[in-house]
Design a protein around this ligand. Structure first.
Ligand code: 13P
Ligand code: SF4
Length: 367
């Protein structure tokens, strides 16, 4: 958000919502939802707070939310309860007549912010000098629309944690090497599980503008952007060791944004949908330690009183940016729509969309 907007409070939650009583907010949201009917659609990521999730028309992981956004042709207003890159993706996948809103424009993703387009173009030039035309870019959907456009115009595609393996396999049918951004951990975990040894993976450091690798560059199969999720990087091998010691019967399931060492010593890894589905299908009495964002872990615990479930790290905090979306912000966005006001709209530049869509479509047709 522009600094000028922050200074004059433009784009900030109006004061009246801060003092409004919870029941009143919930009633107003219900009222507006009823009034707008199918004209309104509220997709919600699994990491959202329960107070928001109760109003979701669809809840899912990044892939599911991209798919439902692409499929919905009825809603005029899409109020996206998730983070900025998800709302951008929804905007690009919907028609020009459909408007996408983000209830709090400050709800970004720190991982997506770790790759800007200028650093990426610069990296690409240098990597082409080293590897020639042997690289294909793959970008995690947790990236800006500009990075998706870069990927699209260079023959690559988007991936989510649900379809990363499928997309990596496809990418290797196109080129000899991968340039995976911005999450080094998802890239490393996925390609390692597909049989690429760690010794054939290099890291691109966008700060120094250098390739981190020891050995013969000819051997490199995967170049990983040095980005990470601050939430998932908080799970450690020590957390796994402690859980194993205290609860040897527990199955440990983590998100692939956790680092390689943690995934290595866990029992299973997969997207938020995979985690939700796995626990849903688990037998009564089974026990689980989950390594992902806290709002989701707490919800899974509440929904499964018949199972013993804990967080892999009890001191883990929720994703702070996902958490910015709350009842007051949701109501504010809905009242903006009801009153025909302007605000909180996510609109990706047309030229950027044209190229970014190439990378999203390549994913959605294969996913
Ligand atoms: P999923 O696609 O697994 O829901 O992950 C999105 C995300 O941001 C995880 O941190
Ligand atoms: Fe981004 Fe991590 Fe939050 Fe997911 S959990 S939205 S990757 S900061």
């Amino acid at each position: 958000m522009a600094i000028a907007n922050l200074l004059n409070n433009k784009g900030m939650l109006p004061e009246k919502y801060r003092t409004m009583d919870r029941a009143e907010m919930e009633n107003r949201i219900r009222e507006i939802k009823e009034k707008l009917g199918e004209k309104l659609f509220i997709p919600c990521h699994h990491y959202q707070k329960d107070e928001v999730v109760q109003f979701a028309d669809s809840i899912g992981d990044s892939l599911q939310l991209a798919q439902v956004a692409a499929a919905n042709k009825k809603a005029e207003h899409i109020v996206f309860c998730g983070v900025h890159f998800m709302a951008e993706t929804a905007d690009m996948l919907t028609t020009d007549e459909q408007v996408v809103y983000l209830p709090d424009m400050r709800a970004g993703c720190s991982m997506a912010d770790m790759a800007d387009i200028y650093q990426t173009e610069e990296a690409w030039v240098q990597l082409q000098q080293i590897f020639g035309d042997t690289l294909i870019p793959l970008t995690y959907v947790n990236s800006t629309a500009a990075i998706k456009a870069f990927t699209g115009r260079n023959g690559g595609a988007c991936v989510t944690s649900s379809n990363a393996k499928k997309m990596v396999k496809w990418a290797f049918t196109q080129k000899e090497r991968l340039f995976f951004l911005p999450d080094q951990h998802l890239g490393r975990n996925t390609t390692f599980e597909l049989g690429i040894p760690l010794e054939q993976m290099a890291v691109w450091n966008p700060i120094s503008g250098k390739l981190e690798f020891e050995g013969n560059v000819e051997d490199i199969k995967v170049v990983l952007w040095k980005g990470h999720c601050s939430v998932h990087q908080g799970f450690t091998v020590e957390n796994v060791r402690e859980v194993r010691e205290k609860y040897p019967e527990m199955t440990i399931i983590v998100h692939p944004e956790c680092c390689r060492d943690v995934v290595e010593v866990s029992d299973m890894n997969g997207s938020t949908k995979f985690i939700v589905d796995t626990i849903n299908a688990a037998p009564t009495g089974s026990s689980w330690a989950i390594g992902t964002e806290m709002n989701l872990v707490k919800r899974i615990i509440a929904e499964h009183p018949d199972k013993k479930i804990i967080s892999l790290n009890e001191n883990m905090c929720p994703c702070l940016t996902m958490n910015r979306i709350d009842l007051p912000h949701l109501l504010w966005a809905l009242e903006i729509i009801e009153n025909g006001e302007e605000g909180n709209v996510i609109q990706v530049d047309k030229e950027v969309t044209k190229e970014a869509i190439l990378s999203l479509d390549r994913m959605l047709t294969l996913a």
